[in-house]
Design a protein around this ligand. Structure first.
Ligand code: GUN
Length: 291
């Protein structure tokens, strides 16, 4: 079994990005600038956003973190988005999800200028992605494609099973892997909560992408020997033996599945770090598009 090391791979990508930023600076060009908006103070969301901002600093980007109270109204958030849309210094920005219940998430995502939508969540960018046109591919599916490419895992003609149909991961992942692209050309089955006999389906898969949000959902008896497993899940489970009071658990029962797998992503240290690297890549792209 080979670990798909997202931490190491994302560090390599960040080094490549840092070199490109240094080249921009050498040419007296503007550094890429990413802004992140977070509403409320959910612990996990704050951790993720802080990691994104810190990653910007490491590669030499400018970054701006906008923290808004959880009582922020939809209108106030829309105003904030408009300010970022027209600010020429900002190349790209994200609104961290989930948002509080009183805010319509879709309305917010649609307010983001598609040219600054480095999360790739705007319907215009989702549409372009689905048509295999140049666009911002959202960070998690983009990170998975990159990980598969860098580990030279063949996807062409393979049977891929995606578990979970979320707009952020499952749905785009199934579209991308079926497309004619370097990492693609797979026969993809998108499974979800209404899928019958899921284990029968997953047992036939050469590659499984687990993105269902249920800790340790995928067990060893649901996979065949030599399967490639990508674990997108990341759930905090209370653990009093840990200093921070929790541990992170993926959607895959790692200990048992890793014994059958040829390649598998760990949690943490697999898909998670890749998403940050790909967000930086999209921000660099947004910056270069403006040139
Ligand atoms: N919440 C969970 N994943 C993401 C992501 O990729 N982008 C944003 N904005 N929020 C998220």
């Amino acid at each position: 079994m080979i670990l798909l090391d997202g931490k190491k791979t994302s560090a390599e990508i960040k080094e490549e990005i840092a070199l490109q930023v240094a080249e921009l600076v050498r040419k007296d060009k503007k550094k890429p600038h990413l802004a992140a908006v977070i509403v409320g103070s959910d612990g996990a969301s704050l951790t993720y956003v802080n990691a994104k901002v810190k990653a910007c600093e490491r590669v030499g980007f400018e970054s701006t973190l906008i923290r808004l109270p959880k009582e922020t109204t939809e209108e106030e958030l829309l105003n904030e988005i408009e300010i970022l849309n027209v600010d020429n210094d900002i190349d790209g920005f994200i609104v961290q999800l989930p948002l509080p219940d009183h805010i319509d998430e879709q309305k917010i995502l649609m307010a983001v200028d598609p040219d600054k939508d480095v999360d790739g969540f705007h319907p215009t960018n989702v549409g372009k992605m689905a048509l295999n046109l140049p666009t911002f591919i959202s960070a998690t599916p983009f990170g998975i494609l990159e990980l598969l490419e860098r580990y030279k895992i063949e996807t062409s003609g393979k049977d891929v099973v995606v578990i979970g149909r979320s707009h952020i991961v499952g749905a785009p992942m199934s579209i991308l892997l079926s497309q004619k692209r370097t990492v693609g050309n797979a026969t993809v089955t998108l499974t979800h909560s209404r899928t019958k006999n899921l284990a029968e389906v997953t047992k036939k898969a050469d590659i499984i992408v687990a993105a269902i949000g249920i800790p340790e959902f995928l067990k060893a008896d649901m996979v065949k020997d030599d399967v490639v497993v990508i674990d997108v899940g990341i759930t905090r489970i209370a653990d009093s033996s840990r200093k921070n009071g929790f541990r992170l658990v993926g959607d895959v029962a790692f200990n048992e599945v890793s014994e059958k797998a040829s390649y598998i992503t760990p949690v943490p240290g697999g898909v998670g770090p890749m998403t940050i690297a790909m967000l930086l890549k999209n921000t660099l792209l947004a910056n270069s598009r403006k040139e």
